[in-house]
Each structure stands twice: as structure tokens, then as C-alpha cells.
Design a protein around this ligand. Structure first.
Ligand SMILES: [Zn+2]
Length: 144
């Protein structure tokens, strides 16, 4: 794959760049104290601390190469639920609840439509996108 801008051969698929730059963090670090000369009070605190860290770390490049996001339909539905709760109130709360429900319904409908109609094409485009490591440009090229 040659970069259309600079003609360099050192190109990588965005998907690969993204995966390589994303590290799954799943480490367990043990801190064990040596309590030989410590006072009895201090040794109580030296039983050992266990720290678990989970999550992902991304390089700046991996973030740039990230796939197009899907919009969470659930978020809109959450707003609808909150609006429902507001209906239990009176006066302005009811009105606000109705407005929230309408907004939430619209948002979730929009997200659903986006995920179904627009997102697959964006994702397919991302899958055939390449990153040139020489000039840093991102271009689309189908694999033959
Ligand atoms: Zn290039």
C-alpha cells in the first residue's frame, strides 16, 4: 500500500494502529511490607495492600485511529425514564418531564437511526482506511 500523498510504503491499516496503541490494563500489584523492625502498631498496616487496575490506555495515535463511535440509544431512554419520574411532580415538573421525554425519545430515535443507517458505512470506511507513518495522512483504500 503506497501513500497517495508522499508515496511511502510504511503504511498501516487504521484498525492495526488502533489495536497496537490500545493496551488492556489488567494488572495486580502487591505491596507487601517487611515488618521485621517495625513497631507492632505499624505492622498492622503492613498486612499487604492489593491494588487492581483495569481499563485501557491509548496512545494519541490510537485515539486518532479510533473507529467511528456508535451512539448509545440507552442514553436517550434514560432521559425518557427521568422524564417519567418528573411526571409524578406537579405544575412545572410535569411540563419539564414531558419535555424531557420528548427530547429523550427524539435522541434515542436519532441514535438508533444513525447506528443503523450511517454507522455501518462509516465503519466500513474505517476498516479500509490506512495511516501513513511518514506523512501522517489517513486515506481510504479497499483491499483487493
Ligand atoms: Zn504519506
Amino acid at each position: 500500500m503506497k501513500c497517495p500523498q508522499c508515496g511511502s510504503d510504511t503504511t498501516q491499516r487504521l484498525q492495526v494502529v488502533h489495536e497496537q496503541g490500545t493496551q488492556l490494563i489488567n494488572t495486580t500489584s502487591n505491596t507487601v511490607g517487611t515488618g521485621f523492625n517495625a513497631s507492632p502498631l505499624a505492622s498492622l498496616g503492613l498486612a499487604g495492600a492489593r491494588t487492581k487496575t483495569t481499563g485501557t490506555a491509548q496512545s494519541a495515535m490510537a485515539q486518532r485511529a479510533a473507529p467511528p463511535p456508535r451512539y448509545p440509544v440507552v442514553a436517550g431512554l434514560g432521559v425518557v425514564l427521568f422524564g417519567l419520574l418528573c411526571l409524578a411532580g406537579d405544575g412545572w415538573a410535569k411540563l419539564g418531564g414531558l419535555a424531557l421525554m420528548a427530547t429523550g425519545l427524539y435522541a434515542s430515535h436519532w441514535a438508533h437511526a444513525y447506528n443503523r443507517e450511517k454507522w455501518p458505512a462509516l465503519y466500513a470506511r474505517w476498516e479500509s482506511s490506512w495511516l501513513c507513518s511518514k506523512c501522517g495522512c489517513i486515506y481510504v483504500q479497499e483491499l483487493n
